[in-house]
Design a protein around this ligand. Sequence first.
Ligand code: NAD
Length: 483
Amino acid sequence: MVERLKNFIGGQWVESSAASTIPVHNPATCELLAECPDSTRADVDAAVRAASAAYDDWRRTPVLSRAQYMYRFKALLEDRFEDLANTVVRENGKTKDEARGEVRRGIESVDFAASVPTIMRGYKVEDISSGIDETAERQPLGVFAAITPFNFPMMVPLWFLPTAITCGNTYVVKPSPQTPLSMQLVYELLEELDLPEGVVNLVHGGREASMAVMEHPDVVGVSFVGSTPVAKIVYETCAKHGKRVQAQGGAKNYIAVMPDANIEASVANIMGSAFGCAGQRCLAGSVVVAVGDAYEPLRNELVKRAGMLRVGYGLNESTQMGTVISAAAKERINSLIEQGVTEGAQPVLDGRGIRVDGFEDGSFVGPTILDGVEPDMTVAKEEIFGPVLSIMHAPDFDSAVDMINQSRYGNAASIFTSSGKYAREFKYRVRAGNIGINVGVAAATASFPFGGQKESFFGDLHGQGPDSIEFFTDRKILIERWL
Ligand code: NAD
């Protein structure tokens, strides 16, 4: 019989009180991997109470000792590196190399957290008035929580949890019910760390568990990563309940290619951006804007290279592109391609009918390129979150920037060019949180903040880097006079 997952609360693996479960499938083989409980408010309450109870002692644990857990956590993650990558592939469908990249990025966030004793320092000014000193010191705040998406089931929770707890907070993760197994394994490793009971907690589930986290009076802040409609709900709900919130939403990332770009090298890079993780990255390039004469050579090279990608099961090392997350996602992506064609785009590469030998029922969508896309078409505006690249044609640089800035999203944008002038103008004028210059996936490393603009992000402080220290601590002001 398939395993019904347990929650990790107060240092114990406990059954959820949920009456129902959500099946977790391998999207390539269709194997039923586990049943994920649709945890209830009572489950979330138990987790938050355990985290609250642990907070005071954990906060008093010296920060250097808290950081020592991160070194041991990193060692455990390194020991189980391949198991972690395999788990990501099995539940998510990406390729083995992509999963390895994800695990590596997750570990880099643990590295960053180990530096918390240095970076959570406060500051002081003597004699702010005669004989009076003023200090700003950083303090943790209590129980924080993360609500995370399916597409990076290992990495995204690790953007938050390690830094949050090393700052002295306690934590609850509510992963995606589509991909709960990566966190299940990570929490087995956290259990080996022998952290005090209740410092880290895991509650599986869907909407009800998310709402319970956001509405719980003892949760002080929520980090959310997911789609824009849900990010809006999270931002509003957390604000209504007086919580800190950072809500990272969906994306529609544009890539401009100038006529002066090296087309072959650019396309090699754009392949990874558009079709890496089967297009299910919040930084995935989704629309290429070919500027002027770049259009024809660019389109031909894109179609040629994308048509050569080997699509298959992620655990086969030769696979270059895996599945999308589910049969429902496949259907949604295929219908958006259809809508693009109905609205006038030309499918110069059509991945809808793809068959992968041995995995006939898998959720595969082949690389797809739609040419002749116009700014008002659905495929130019909506997040597709699949291996679909649209090509638009702009007469010049200024029109390309205008097309990009029309988008309601602003997660990332890239330009391929050999001109420093265009590169600078692009960075200066394009309204997106992450800009790539001759780089298709402009992913911030763990010591830099990561977040988008416009409808790709709701909040002030981004995830990762110095922003995360701001988010997970408060600055208390101390004014001292000794008579
Ligand atoms: P999603 O919004 O469907 O789900 C994200 C999380 O929210 C899950 O844990 C889910 O259980 C929960 N949830 C879903 N509906 C909810 C509701 N109505 N109320 C409360 N909670 C709810 O996202 P997904 O499909 O898992 O992930 C893909 C999306 O995430 C894409 O839009 C992608 O662009 C985005 N994403 C953004 C970033 C970023 O940094 N901006 C990073 C990764 C993914």
